[in-house]
Design a protein around this ligand. Structure first.
Ligand code: PLP
Length: 947
């Protein structure tokens, strides 16, 4: 037996476990199980045509070699991406630490207080630097954050009767080009008209509802927007400002100029450029818009003892509830990157941030002076870190590139140079040298930074920020290391136990897949670097696209979307473009089964579609006759169907081919939500079932860690009909020959983490990937077999098999006063994170073990669930003082002198044997959701605020 095969490390169960597992399920072997699970007519007949699997060692050698084809130049390109210093203590203890990167979105607050606090720090940083009242826990990037600002302002305009028909949105010509492209994509389907122009000369009229300006402008010029905003206000026009977060340590914040929304990216707060992402976008606004705010908000509340606790606030606004009325589909965001950026602010504190901002500014002023002495003129009248100079680009560029320096060449005679935290005096001299050489002049030597300011007095920030203790305490490495560890210990991640989140596929994120992310040749490339400098990336990304085409059976892939939901939106926009290209402007109806994930209708709404919800049968399948009736009823207007396969109920519906045929016969296309792709890879594929496009969640099926709620990558794979419409980017063209405008800011989305999925596929190979699917199905059916005598399992296939996940029905326990939440909280006492609660069916748990869990871990979880079932037996509706209702139990409760519960301390905290040697303590008692929503506090308010 080969022991160097990565697949045998990735997949949990051992050869010697299989007989026992088959027996428990009641099958002879794997073949029988798969035969009984996946309908025969959709099974693939051939193995996936992928390269032979590499061992971990071979892969790391390969990726190091490939990385050498990426050229790390000094990057002064700017445009929203800057070199930054990742504090090593953050790199080692967060970025490279599975305790942080394998965590799930903090829905289970009691075992997530660490990352909740870290994100609260991020929100506070954003609120205080922007001068706004409220901020969210991150968005996908600056471009999409700007689009969310436009959508919010469009949504809230209806509160103002006069604005009901206003549909114009002013966009400053100084906006980043990629932001403009994302705004174009997002505005058209919802009926917003963009008007691009100069904010100083535009004549705003009553038919405008909003505007967005860039601060500083894309090539560095800073403007005081106070007058513009005040003028807009007189016409009830709301203004968003896209701002550079570092500049706000030095410049008057947009909030003080009267902005309604401030957005941007926190990349330069210690997040590597990574050829475009992932980075945390930010979004800050006023209290009055909190209920329209996209994404997640972390808020302060109290626990069952009245102690301060954190949680995700206002969850009712999630697209799961709003569905087709949602104005945003954001689900996965950029939590890990937000945690890092927030920690960067904690480490540097207000003084440190000011120091960095001042130094960057001083570098820009110094460079201006030196170039001036060479006769090179700088044209920005006020700037922070980016200067614009007049010079012959054709002369400068070759010399700069010889010296491994990238500027941004605006046109033949204009160059912009954006300086950054890493810029030293030596770097300034290199730049000066390039210009001197090109002009044939003797270089001027810079010896120290200028003390002059090029920021007009009224734009110099006066207000203090980040005065809270947390930003003024952890400035030594020992301190920060311990603070990070303290938070990490409060959180349950995959490095403690399995997280069996149905639909979310929390599988292994292997160390060998993660290591390359720390290599400078991969993480220090600017997304707009000339592509010949990014050959390693181009090869890796093309190869990954090719691999995903093979896995899905499709012909084209774009890696641009930064989440599954963004993939949905991208896919629907491609479908929209396809119909428009054929003159079928009226094809706008999107059929969505009622069991769909909330992002499906939300994405369809964003793509301007008319949503028709179709019925589900009592067995949980699509009601084919209802679907046929709707498809025929709307056949002249049918755009598409959105279908999840296997279904959100974890079943391979045997009628899928009939379903996709019905849609095609009536002129529509089929969008497959690929969140459940982990049950398909190598055994069937979206093309075979008749889909035209699907998204994949690389952060589910293809091993990118969940990061506590992001990053994500949501590529879409399409057949030849849709290839021409794959999205482009205004600076580095991508996509098809009739490409739609950008879906996200960077040409290849979150390119850096695409390495993880590439590594996963390279090391698994065809057989490994197919086995992963088989073992995922095996593990799920093993758990089903063990649990179904204790919990009713809702829905299964025709032979009684689950796919890769199953739904445990907990509704009957209500008779005993026990809700599904009580079970979720009680699992914490057993050291487990709850499975998915109440999706897709309220009052149930959806369990997905994945292939990475071994038999012992599956058994441990089953034992815990069975023990809890016995506890439920003894509960009564009349008496809520029981071990389930009081769960989770904290160390403070267990060690208190008083113990006033009708069960023992041991029953509370050590109900099963394994806990005595591996106990995880929830750090707070059950949190009060309603209290937190009534008293929304979403920043680190002073301690007195909680007294
Ligand atoms: C996770 C999921 C999505 C959304 O993906 P994100 O990456 O969180 O945006 C969509 N549909 C289903 C069924 C999912 O499970």
């Amino acid at each position: 037996m080969r022991t160097d095969l990565f697949a045998s490390r990735h997949i949990g169960p051992r050869e010697s476990d299989l007989q026992h597992m088959y027996q428990t399920i009641g099958v002879a072997d794997m073949d029988q199980l798969i035969y009984e699970t996946i309908p025969d007519d959709i099974r693939l007949k051939q193995p996936l045509q992928l390269d032979a699997a590499l061992s971990e060692y071979e892969y790391l050698t390969h990726i190091t070699e490939l990385g050498k084809k990426n050229k790390v130049f000094q990057s002064y390109i700017g445009l929203g991406y800057h070199p930054t210093v990742i504090p090593a203590v953050i790199q080692r203890n967060i970025f490279e630490n599975p305790g942080w990167y394998t965590a799930y979105t903090p829905y289970q607050a009691e075992i997530a207080q660490g990352r909740l606090e870290a994100i609260l720090n991020f929100q506070t940083t954003v609120i205080e630097l922007t001068g706004m009242e409220i901020a969210n826990a991150s968005l996908l990037d600056e471009g999409t954050a700007a689009a969310e600002a436009m959508a919010l302002l469009f949504d809230v305009r209806t509160r103002d009767q006069k604005k009901n028909n206003a549909n114009k949105f002013f966009v400053s010509e100084d906006i980043l080009p990629q932001t403009l492209s994302v705004l174009q994509t997002r505005s058209t389907p919802i009926g917003v008209e963009l008007v691009v122009g100069n904010h100083e000369t535009i004549e705003l009229t009553a038919d405008f509802f909003g505007a967005i300006v860039q601060y500083p402008g894309k090539y560095g010029q800073i403007y005081d927007y106070t007058g513009f905003i005040a003028n807009a206000k007189t016409m009830d026009i709301k203004v968003a400002v896209a701002a550079d977060i570092l500049s706000l340590a030095k410049l008057t914040p947009p909030g003080e100029m009267g902005a309604d929304v401030v957005v941007g990216t926190t990349q330069r707060f210690g997040i590597p450029m990574g050829y475009g992402g992932p980075h945390a976008g930010f979004f800050a606004t006023k209290e009055e818009y909190k209920r329209s705010m996209p994404g997640r908000i972390i808020g302060v509340t109290i626990d069952a003892n009245g102690n301060r606790a954190l949680r995700m606030a206002l969850q009712t606004r999630e697209q799961h509830i709003k569905r087709e009325k949602a104005t945003s589909n954001i689900c996965t965001a950029q939590v890990l990157l937000a945690v890092m950026a927030g920690m960067y602010a904690v480490y540097h504190g207000p003084k440190g941030l000011q120091y960095i901002a001042n130094k960057v500014h001083a570098s820009a002023v110094t460079l201006t002076d030196a170039l001036n002495q060479l006769g090179v003129y700088q044209t920005n009248t006020a700037f922070f870190d980016t200067i614009m100079v007049k010079a012959d680009a054709a002369k400068i560029r070759p010399i700069a590139e010889q010296h491994e320096i990238n500027f941004y060449y605006i046109d033949g005679e204009t160059i912009s140079i954006a300086l950054n935290e890493t810029t030293s005096i030596a770097h300034l001299n290199q730049i000066v040298n390039v210009f001197a050489t090109a002009l044939g002049k003797a270089p001027v030597t810079v010896t120290e930074l200028s003390a002059q300011s090029q920021v007009p007095a009224q734009l110099e920030r006066q207000s203090a920020f980040l005065q809270h203790e947390v930003f003024n305490s952890h400035h030594s490495e020992s301190q920060l290391m311990r603070y990070i560890k303290k938070l990490e210990r409060k959180d349950l991640s995959l490095n403690h136990s399995m997280i069996s989140l149905g639909s979310c596929t929390m599988k292994l994120n292997a160390a060998a897949e993660m290591l390359p992310l720390s290599m400078p040749n991969w993480n220090s490339i600017h997304p707009f670097a000339p592509i010949e400098q990014a050959e390693g990336y181009q090869i890796m990304l093309k190869q990954l696209e090719h691999q995903l085409n093979i896995v899905t059976g499709f012909t084209g892939t774009t890696l641009q979307p930064n989440s599954g939901a963004q993939g949905e939106y991208a896919g629907l926009m491609a479908i929209r473009a396809y119909h428009l290209s054929r003159g079928d402007n009226h094809r706008t109806v999107c059929l969505i089964p009622s069991s769909a994930h909330g992002t499906n209708p939300a994405s369809a709404a964003m793509a301007g579609m008319d949503i028709i919800v179709t019925k589900t049968t009592p067995e949980g399948n699509i009601d084919v006759e209802d679907l046929r009736a709707r498809a025929i009823e709307y056949k002249d207007r049918l755009s598409c169907l959105m279908v999840t396969y296997p279904s959100t109920h974890g079943v391979f519906e045997s009628s899928i081919i009939e379903i996709t045929n019905i849609i095609h016969e009536n002129g529509g296309l089929v969008y497959m939500d690929g969140a459940n792709m982990n049950a398909q890879v190598g055994l069937t594929n979206p093309a075979t079932i008749g889909a035209d496009v699907c998204h994949l969640n690389l952060h589910k099926t293809f091993s990118i860690p969940h990061g506590g709620g992001g990053p994500g990558v949501g590529p879409i794979c399409v057949n030849e009909k849709l290839v021409p419409f794959l999205p482009t980017n205004p600076i580095i063209p991508t996509g098809g020959d009739q490409a739609i405008t950008a879906i996200s800011a960077a040409p290849y989305g979150s390119a850096l983490v695409c390495l993880i999925s590439y590594g996963y596929i390279m090391m698994m190979g065809s057989e490994g990937l197919t086995n992963a699917t088989k073992y995922a199905i095996l593990n799920a059916n093993y758990m089903k077999a063990r649990l179904e005598n204790h919990y009713p399992v809702l829905y299964s296939g025709e032979c009684g098999r689950a796919a890769h996940e199953m739904i445990l029905d907990c509704r009957e326990f209500k008779q005993k006063g026990i809700e599904v939440t009580d079970i979720a909280k009680r699992l914490m006492d057993y050291g487990f994170h709850a499975p998915t609660v109440s999706f897709p069916v309220a009052g149930t748990l959806m369990v997905e073990p994945t292939e990475s869990e071994d038999l012992a871990e599956l058994d441990r979880f089953c034992d815990a669930m069975i023990a809890i079932r016995k506890e439920i037996e003894t509960a009564t509706a009349e008496d809520a003082n029981n071990v389930l209702k009081n769960a989770p139990h904290t160390l403070a409760m267990l060690t208190a002198n008083d113990w006033n519960f009708p069960y023992s301390r041991e029953a509370a905290a050590f109900p099963l044997e394994y806990l005595s040697e591996n106990k995880f303590w929830p750090s707070v008692r059950r949190v009060d959701d309603a209290y937190g929503d009534r008293n929304l506090v979403c920043s680190c308010a002073p301690i007195e605020a909680y007294m």
